[in-house]
Design a protein around this ligand. Structure first.
Ligand SMILES: Nc1ncnc2c1ncn2[C@@H]1O[C@H](COP(=O)(O)OP(=O)(O)O)[C@@H](O)[C@H]1O
Ligand SMILES: [Mg+2]
Length: 250
């Protein structure tokens, strides 16, 4: 069977090759990041109890392009399903939150700490003045330290649902151990950048199911917004700066 392109962005493409999915990185993509992604995925596989496509190989082709080969998961992303069946949004959102809570119920002691990653990101983020940066780092320092497994990019297009309804979680490169509310704030941010209605439903369900005060998750918003600035996406800048500035008057 010929390779079939399933997803593409500026730095990587994902192909289907029979029962395998091949994530192929562009020339010059840092080797350390590819190996890191494969290592984190392998660590998550070892935990058990979360459906993730098994990593089968890491390779490099004649042009020097690295790739990671995994099991191909036959199904649709939760994003596709949400778009195709808007009437089922509540049901899908509930399944998505339950899946995230399963992830948060696990630990993975060899992963980096979310807080350390956020310190690095906030220190590197462009467009913050020194007072802003100091306030954000002080706030981060005061947040409770936890060691729950956090996916770090938990959103509908990183979940594949098979025909029998089993959910697989992809794209673990940002996984860390840390505070579940920070992970929830990040999911809320990612959903807001796309659809405020979905984001609000998500926040409500997450807080209800975890018996968490919404304000506690909201305290993380300026921090996750500042961290997201390191992605340099001009279309996100306005919203992210607005959230970062909330830090000034809270
Ligand atoms: N193992 C897989 N099986 C089936 N589809 C996959 C698999 N891995 C990735 N995909 C598809 O490719 C898309 C991008 O893959 P992902 O690992 O999330 O990379 P990216 O870093 O580009 O977001 C996913 O949203 C999904 O549609
Ligand atoms: Mg993805």
């Amino acid at each position: 069977m010929a390779r079939e392109l399933i997803s593409k962005n500026a730095t990587k493409s994902v192909y289907r090759d029979g029962d395998k999915a091949i994530k192929s990185f562009c020339q010059g993509f840092p080797k350390a990041e590819v190996l890191n992604e494969a290592l984190i995925s392998a660590r998550i596989e070892e935990i058990g109890g979360i459906n993730i496509p098994a990593t089968l190989a890491v390779s490099v082709d004649v042009d020097g392009c690295w790739s990671i080969t995994k099991d191909f998961i036959n199904g649709k992303t939760l994003k596709q399903l949400m778009d195709e069946n808007p009437d089922k949004l509540d049901e899908y959102m509930e399944q998505m939150v339950d899946l995230q809570l399963t992830i948060h119920s696990k630990t993975c002691p060899l992963l980096n700490k979310l807080k350390d990653k956020m310190i690095r990101q906030i220190s590197d983020a462009e467009g913050l003045n020194s007072v802003n940066r100091y306030d954000l780092l002080t706030r981060l320092d005061g947040m409770p330290k936890h060691v729950k497994l956090c996916h770090g990019d938990f959103q509908p297009n990183n979940i594949i649902v098979t025909d029998d309804g089993t959910m697989y979680v992809l794209d673990w490169v940002h996984a860390t151990q840390g505070n579940a509310s920070a992970d929830a704030a990040r999911t809320y941010l990612l959903l807001c950048l796309e659809d405020q209605n979905k984001a609000d439903k998500y926040m409500e369900l997450f807080c209800e199911k975890t018996d968490t005060d919404r304000r506690y998750v909201q305290q993380w918003l300026p921090l996750v917004a500042a961290a997201q600035l390191t992605k340099h996406r001009p279309e996100e800048a306005e919203l992210l700066h607005k959230w970062v500035d909330i830090c000034d008057y809270q």
